[in-house]
Design a protein around this ligand. Structure first.
Ligand SMILES: O=C(O)[C@H](O)COP(=O)(O)O
Ligand SMILES: [Mn+2]
Ligand SMILES: [Mn+2]
Length: 549
């Protein structure tokens, strides 16, 4: 890779360029559920008056999702921001591979399904919803139907309940569609297909960034050992757990194990095959390691069954997690971080645990590790392990202080930061907490603006997708959906809304104006950042939002 060329008329600001990603802070419709509009945010208001302002697409095809009905998410958002281009993403690659049948012609599928004895099971573990962020239920159905076509006698499904990328208490709808498919197959007479275990995605199995390994341990005990609270059906489990904890949402439901005649129906045992059908990496890496890494010492797995394990996708290429996979991930190359590293730009990436991998691993095209040890600092502030509605400020102040220190001491030329608040608190569905989360981010931005002014830097403030901007469920006509008591239903998932982009040049010396772009997406943020640093963007990057006057 060649270093970037300098712009002729602008060689970068005196101070640093700071790219602030306000995770989950989109532009809503200003209605009752728009907590971004509702929040008191003097600093974002000030930026609106004093910056170049653009509105960016952050969902659907603009971030490589199958279609424009798909909301954005952090993986595809940070991939687009960091790589400056739009790659077809896991959701689409897996859909295509399954629909074309290519996935079933591959060696891995054949190996996992071809070697099963009649007594052994094919297990599917994954997130049971159509959120299309980590998984899609239609993919699970296609895998199950193919297993049946191949005459596999026993299938066991380990269902992680969502309520985070889909409505908060929708689990029973997905369970009943799955049960319908399983019953149809069992009715043929020679098959034994059933749900074996499950639990809320935030309680078992789907931890990320090493935040909470006990979640993985609980998932292992539940899926592999069949240890956990026993029920006759998944429906009974969900109904009982909900009745015992009024107000609980699906992502937080405890584990359950399905039993028949007093015995768990589907522990994972020697000779079985296991497919993790989530395509997104962050929350699939730890459980993959539990199956795949003989040296893992994060918890005591007990005797490890001799099984074949594959992910539907490879989640981390360099470390080969997992070793076997059904579909190749998008090949995201030549990302901005690498260009800046070869161009000698000193970089800082900072967030707290929950989003640390977003500004490093996702931002660098799903790669862990740095491009240049001597030029890059990656800082992780340890997240509190609490329900974030109880602490909507999260680690905003601590993150901000790392950046202030860098700016003050002139440590870095390019700083990228993710403030998780709008998203992490948005996923809880607690409106007051969400309002406070947006106000927290605003407060932090205020401190950064002062530092940027003092050093004549440039600040780009944007988001990877919406969440806090739409906290009530609305129907297709835009009317609020109401619960049985007539109250608006809270919404915990991301939104289809665009996101803001404020470009604030403290000294005004860059001499930028907004480029005339129609339909720009967040993939334009890489070229924009590169121009703000005084370089020409690579020719194949999506166009910069600014141009020289
Ligand atoms: O994993 C999650 O928390 C949600 O499914 C998506 O949120 P993110 O894409 O903002 O991380
Ligand atoms: Mn996000
Ligand atoms: Mn999110």
């Amino acid at each position: 890779m060649q270093p970037l060329k300098r712009l002729e008329s602008f060689s970068g600001p005196e101070g640093p360029v700071v790219l602030c990603i306000m995770d989950g802070v989109g532009i809503g419709k200003g209605d009752a559920g728009d907590m971004v509009a509702k929040a008191t945010k003097p600093n974002l208001d000030w930026l609106k008056e004093n910056s170049l302002f653009a509105t960016l697409k952050a969902h659907g095809r603009a971030v490589g999702m199958p279609d424009d009905g798909d909301m954005g998410n952090s993986e595809v958002g940070h991939n687009a921001i960091g790589s400056g281009r739009v790659f077809d993403q896991g959701a689409l690659l897996v859909k295509n591979a399954v629909e074309s049948g290519d996935v079933f012609d591959g060696d891995v599928w054949k190996d996992l399904t071809g070697s099963l004895s009649a007594d052994n099971s094919l297990h599917f573990i994954g997130l049971l919803s159509d959120g299309n962020v980590h998984s899609h239920i239609n993919i699970l159905f296609a895998l199950i139907r193919q297993a049946q076509k191949q005459g596999i006698k026993k299938v066991r499904v380990h269902t992680l309940l969502d309520g985070r990328d889909v409505p908060p208490t929708s689990a029973l709808e997905y369970i009943s569609s799955l049960e319908a498919v399983l019953t149809e197959i069992n009715d043929l007479g020679e098959f034994d297909y059933c749900i074996a275990s499950g639990g809320g995605r935030l309680y078992i199995t789907m931890d990320r960034y090493d935040a909470d390994w006990p979640m993985i341990e609980r998932g292992w005990q539940t899926h592999v050992r069949g240890e956990g609270r026993k029920f006759a059906t998944a429906k009974e489990a969900v109904e009982t757990l909900r009745a015992e904890t009024p107000g609980v949402i699906d992502q937080d439901l405890k584990e359950f194990v399905i039993e028949r005649d007093g015995t768990p129906v589907g522990p994972i045992v020697d000779g079985d095959s296991v497919i993790l059908f989530n395509f997104r990496g962050d929350r699939a890496i730890e459980i993959s390691k539990a199956f795949d890494d003989p040296n893992l010492d994060r918890f005591d797995r007990g005797p490890i069954p001799a099984i074949k394990f594959a992910g539907i996708m490879q989640y981390e290429a360099e470390q080969q997690i997992p070793k076997s996979y059904l579909v190749s991930p998008p090949a995201i190359d030549d990302v901005m971080g690498e260009y800046l590293a070869v161009s000698g730009v000193r970089q800082l990436a900072v967030s707290e645990t929950q989003k640390y991998g977003h500004v490093t691993y996702f931002f660098n095209g799903n790669r862990s590790g740095k491009f240049a040890e001597n030029l890059e600092d990656y800082v992780e502030i340890t997240s509190d392990l609490v329900p974030y509605e109880q602490r909507p400020w999260m680690k905003g102040a601590e993150i901000t202080e790392v950046i202030l220190d860098s700016i003050e001491k002139d440590k870095h030329d390019f700083i990228r930061v993710n403030y998780p608040n709008g998203d992490m608190v948005g996923h809880t569905g607690d409106l007051l907490a969400v309002e406070i989360s947006v106000e927290t981010v605003d407060l932090c931005l205020g401190r950064l603006i002062e530092a940027i002014k003092a050093k004549n830097g440039i600040m780009i403030v944007t988001a990877d997708h919406g969440n806090a901007d739409e906290m009530y469920e609305v129907d297709k006509e835009g009317n609020l959906k109401l619960d049985s008591d007539g109250n608006p239903k809270s919404k915990t998932s991301h939104t289809l809304n665009p996101v803001p982009c404020y470009i604030y040049d403290a000294s005004g010396k860059a001499g930028f104006k907004l480029a005339e772009l129609s339909d720009a997406g967040i993939s334009s943020l890489a070229a924009t950042s590169i121009m703000c640093l005084g370089f020409e963007p690579p020719a194949d990057y999506d166009p910069s939002l600014v141009e020289l006057k």
